[in-house]
Design a protein around this ligand. Structure first.
Ligand SMILES: C[S@@+](CC[C@H](N)C(=O)[O-])C[C@H]1O[C@@H](n2cnc3c(N)ncnc32)[C@H](O)[C@@H]1O
Length: 318
């Protein structure tokens, strides 16, 4: 696990927050740390501190094996992914604890590496079925799920983009990644997207098959992207095979689009693909309203299924 590598420890690690999303509000983290502070002034506690420069990204508290948990483990507290005010509260609380209990080791880590390590932890928890007790879903075989033709079709879209002078760059977000079929094409092109998807079972499938990168995949509702990422966090935003998009359910998809554009940088490349012309027309109207200038591209083939219609454009500068 990246976390153990970065920290140079062999023991088990558990985050106190149950999910990646809970890392945004860190209610349990702040609650537990407040509790710990009460006895940290009198009792020696074994801590590690993870920092980036002067900022405390996380602290780890050592829990020796006892009769309830028969192995040594570390509890991880972090505020690095939290909203600004909670992040500030975390740092203040963690730093005050460390005054009475200086950490036995300080580890300097970039916030990007730390975020990847946190992502990976929750991905591994998911794929190891720790987040879904009683899961009865049986693993599928790779070839039952993934199609080379589809991966190739996504890759070919990049030739179209290039011919039209649309170059992707920088931090890439892929929304609605599913089990990673489209993400696989991005990886093969040498890209390193952060892939988000609401359905944890399909994410689990992509992780299980070694397709999705556990450090760069998050189970998340894309209609709430702006709760988790600051505006301007991405230089390119893509989503493949959104839909089915109809007049009666278009709000879901147009909300995803609005949120995706909100977290994109000004000038960011925006690409969405769908199966039919009416769907892309609905998305194109939403994109225009969200401040994206671009065009609909006819990419129809004889199969008529995947990525038949594209919208490609750029977020306009204000
Ligand atoms: C047709 S699949 C496309 C998957 C993948 N992009 C591909 O091309 O193979 C559409 C995906 O959108 C996901 N989705 C729907 N609503 C979502 C939401 N609010 N947030 C994130 N993903 C969502 C679905 O769960 C589904 O996996």
């Amino acid at each position: 696990m990246l976390l153990q590598e970065l920290l140079g420890i062999d023991e088990e690690i558990y985050f106190v927050e149950e999910s990646y999303l809970a890392q945004r509000t860190i209610e349990r983290t702040l609650d537990y740390l407040n509790g710990i502070r009460k006895f940290a002034e009198e009792q020696r506690i074994q801590f590690l501190r993870v920092r980036e420069g002067e900022h405390t990204l996380g602290i780890l508290l050592f829990n020796p094996a006892d009769e309830t948990v028969p192995v040594d483990f570390w509890s991880v507290f972090t505020g690095a992914l939290a909203e600004a005010h909670s992040k500030k509260d975390f740092e203040a609380l963690a730093d005050s604890l460390l005054v009475f209990n200086p950490p036995e080791k300080e580890i300097e880590i970039s916030s990007e590496n730390w975020r990847d390590a946190v992502n990976e932890y929750y991905s591994l928890m998911l794929v190891n079925r720790n987040l879904c007790p009683g899961c009865a879903v049986r693993p599928e075989s790779y070839k039952n799920v993934f199609s080379e033709n589809r991966v190739q079709r996504v890759a070919e879209i990049f030739d179209i983009l290039q011919k039209k002078g649309f170059y992707h760059e920088g931090r890439l977000l892929e929304v609605c990644c599913g089990n990673g079929m489209s993400t696989l094409a991005l990886y093969r092109l040498g890209l390193d997207p952060l892939a988000v998807e609401i359905n944890k079972c399909v994410v689990c499938q992509g992780l299980e098959q070694g397709v999705l990168n556990p450090r760069r995949t998050v189970v998340m509702d894309a209609t709430a992207l702006s709760r988790y990422f600051e505006p301007g966090s991405f230089d390119t935003v893509m989503g493949f095979m959104l839909g089915l998009v109809y007049e009666f359910n278009k709000e879901l998809w147009t909300n995803i689009i609005r949120e995706a554009v909100l977290v994109a940088n000004e000038g960011a490349l925006i690409l969405f693909t769908v199966s039919s012309k009416p769907e892309i027309e609905i998305l194109a109207r939403a994109l225009l309203r969200a401040g994206v200038k671009g065009e609909i591209v006819d990419n129809t083939d004889s199969e008529g299924t995947y990525d038949q219609w594209l919208f490609v454009g750029r977020k306009q500068t204000k």
